[in-house]
Design a protein. Sequence first.
Lengths: 374, 96
Amino acid sequence: MKYLDEYRDGELAQRLAQELRRITTRPWTLMEVCGGQTHAIVKFGLDALLPEGVRLIHGPGCPVCVTPLEIIDQALVLAARPGVLFASFGDMLRVPGSTTDLLSVKAQGGDVRIVYSPLDAVRLAEQNPDREVVFFGVGFETTAPATAMAVFQAEQKGLKNFSLLVSHVLVPPAIEALMASPDCRVQGFLAAGHVCAVVGYEEYVPLAAKYRVPIVVTGFEPLDILHGILMTVKQLEEGRCEVENQYVRAVKREGNLPAQDLVRRVFSVVPRKWRGLGEIPQSGLGLAAKYAPFDAEKKFGLGTIRVEEPADCLSGRVLQGQIRPHECPAFGTRCTPEHPLGATMVSSEGACAAYYRYRRHSHEQPAATTAAVS
Amino acid sequence: MCLAIPGKIERIENIEGGDPLSRMGKINFGGILKEASLAYVPDAQVGDYVIVHVGFALSKVDEEEAHKVFDYLKEIGELGELEEAEEAAQTKETPR
Ligand code: SF4
């Protein structure tokens, strides 16, 4: 496929890695923020190509992984409710709540439907006027424009049986929270390309300056990621800390203005709890006052559920890059993708699941090479 | 969920009334046709590549920029090859 295959060329990947080795004189620790990048790095064994001392920490960039337990529990309550048709992206179904998951609720008779797009949920509401359709609106800036459009259309169509359980999160505030933490060891960031395709990268400029770290907007294919790492290390070696864009073919500095516009109309910025990280100010989107009638939490009087995250899951430390997935004692034993203890083991973008899938026994260094880059 | 992939616009459905927010298109992903909203890429035309995520085109792939970066990547590659060729040449010429 065009714009995919050519970015997986193993030969070029080796060359990029060679160039990286040539310019690297010191150890550096970088964080890739996005789970899609984590997945590609582990799958293609890109970390095995890096010069000694250059280390990648896998950041909190997987919306499935960071959706707080409380919201999952609310989803479970709603999905089990008679008369409710609960529509969700497929990868939320196996995320463990405090007692069960959406898949089990479905097996016990809850009407849970997997949708590919939020617009499918609007269609379901039109087709099922006698049911209350609730869409589980999770995701980063990439997904928010789609959810915003669903709510906007539902309002235009006068749908009264459509609502949203919303837990959208915003990436830059989370990056700032990580940077501000005193034990942050990250010296450079690969910012998530598709998030920036929507919101642009102006917002990162003050962050790069304040915390003196280079931030490079990076794509998702192996060559993109290696190129992004090369650009970041180059900045570090030269003592620069700027915001640069590797993913120029898809990201403009200002981002996607029509998408930002609709998101701003439908949502407002709110504080949001992140699974494993706790509450981060101004890091989420909730429905704006005008669209409050579409808020499932209010509509069904869910109230706040208070729960504790299970102590034996160390996903919070994984998400902050303090430990690697296989350093968690439960990894691969009590916790597997079939029986996940934490959300980072569920989604293929979660660091624990990616490690489990591509390097089951890896307490040692990854063995993969770009031979895997097909 | 975050997976967003590039596809080519095959057809644009002209919505009567012309509300740009309701513009839809048929996108070709390596032979598989899927419907996506073009609401957020008002200037995208048939033949353009767009990055699609959960049923929405989020940005148009800029062909010119893609070429520039790719040429640069290949340049790094060729430099490496050149160095290697020189090394190889030198080892050959070294008298035993
Ligand atoms: S391996 Fe399982 S228990 Fe350990 S941090 Fe990852 S998700 Fe949590």
